[in-house]
Design a protein around this ligand. Sequence first.
Ligand code: SF4
Length: 695
Amino acid sequence: MDGTGLPEIRSTCPYCGVGCGVLLRPDGQGGMEVKGDPAHPANRGKLCSKGSQLGQTLGLDDRLMSPRIGARSAGWDEALDLVAERFGDTIAKHGPDSVALYVSGQLLTEDYYVANKLAKGYFGTANIDTNSRLCMASTVAGHKRAFGTDTVPGTYDDLEEADLIVLTGSNLAWCHPVLYQRIIAARKKRGTKLVVIDPRRTASCDGADLHLAVAPGGDVALFNGLLNEVSLRGKIDHAFAENVTGLEEALVSAAGDDLSATGLGEAELRAFFDLWCGTEKVVTVFSQGVNQSTSGTDKVNAILNCHLATGRIGRVGMGPFSVTGQPNAMGGREVGGLANMLTCHLDLENAEHRATVQDFWTSPEMPEAAGLKAVDMFRAVGEGNIKALWIIHTNPAVSMPDADRVRDAIAGCDFVVVSDVTDRTDTARLADVLLPAAAWGEKSGTVTNSDRTISRQRAALPPPGEARPDWEIIAEVGRRMGWGAAFDFQSPAEIFREYAALSGLAARFGRDFDISALAELSDAEYDALAPVRWPVSATRSGGRFFGDGRFFTPDGKARMVPVSHRAPVSGLSDARPFRFNTGRVRDQWHTMTRTAKSPRLSAHLPEPFLEIHPKDARALGLKPAALVRVANDHGAAILRALVTDAVRPGQVFAPMHWTGETAPSARVDALVPGHVDPVSGQPESKAATVSVEPF
Ligand code: SF4
């Protein structure tokens, strides 16, 4: 209860990986007041512009209220029977790998768990991937190479204990605002130095001591240069290095790399190296600018190498720190929602791990190898090899690279099911069956934020019409396909208990993810669950990993991975002379299905644009606010020129939010080729090449 005597419901914000706690107070008329939760450890009562406007985004005018088959409304029974029948028939006729699920970091952990169990445990395919593939798959791969598991070593508190914070490929001020505010507050208090590494001058640079406008793709060379300096200056922590293998090989690679690939001057490099080498408490925060690259995994390992060589990991105020874009990207990683993972951080390709999960799930068959990652999955859809596709809470016809081809592939697929809260997305319009899902504020479950804190999302409003929670929809399909016992879930609490119990078995393999102490929660205890950082077991709780020098590899040692600079795959040419960067703006979220409902958020940057340097604008004869056509072999977009020296000459930037629904000429992911990192499968969303001309 608050001071007014009305009940307040604790939940979490649905937007970003900071995972801020919110207090919801329904007004009894379908709306609610949303405030920051002072008791939540991620935000301590603060919210950013998006979180504080959540109450403006609850309108029902675009909501999908009942199932649809083609253009007509259908009952749940008819729609679910059809989904079960078509997936069953396709598997029977063409094998398990002829079907796929493409899911989302918008799913709650319980939804994700059931979807993963259905695909990997019962369909018998690992063709389940998530839009997190576009977000942080390179971090997952880099963590696994270095640590043996996908483990975020530190906590948000480290950002307030550090003396130097390096933001790499992260516009934290706009994309994770509450975390950025925590850094700025700590900076005022303790004088924390702040370095921003980004080809663009972003809002995060406003409060920085140093902005390094690194050349696109130059991060490996930069962190290799740093590792080399660490070595030359005698800053290797040889005692900690006892816990590490590959140091010599990584140093040789680092020494041989070419610093000119950074595009930075000697004075800038010197200033960065001096700060990093001269400060013990360093946190390197990294995000999509690192991950969304064909060398994304190497970039992650280049960063981890510097922290491992200096022992600056797992200790107060130190460590590499990946921040995730979506509210539950971490939960998705934990349940094994990626095509190459198994639940509870187990490995799909490890026979013992697989057998443990199969036994626990009593599943008829399990895939033995990784499934198709997002880009390959939609290629297989286009080639007709995937014949039944279920897309849940995401809009790949807009957000995937090569978006026009992906849209065409979905349109040509034999059978497409879309679960979403609205029918007004580019992807929903291509569905054979549309299933109305409960939205944020109407559903219950858990999410995990970027520092491993599990928080409850709680329903404060009833789902409108016939909308249902995702776990319930997915479990219904499982039951109708004949797997009643495995999918006989009655509540998210029941799913969570099963998942937590499985994590206890996983931990026996020496894995990091363990929430087995939560496996016996009663329904009431689950409902009241306060934010808790994993691990949560009889022997371990919360805190940092790796301070003790023990890692999750077979020999317990971390791996330093020798890496070398590789340029982005798309080459510049006379025909495509501009490097094309994409990203977010402060007040929009993904493809705007929620944030566009808020007049206040939409007023910030109301239309799609292309940032272009004044020199380039002059050379093209562009006046400020002129329309430009941006094009390459993959697609084209019409955008308004925003002439600014925030981008370097030869580079342009466009936000990725607008869709065929909101601005049909501004589908910028149509311009992004499907080039992927060879290890993580993450696409290179920030380094296409394009032509720009007046429109
Ligand atoms: Fe929501 Fe992220 Fe803003 Fe927090 S920082 S209120 S989680 S969008």
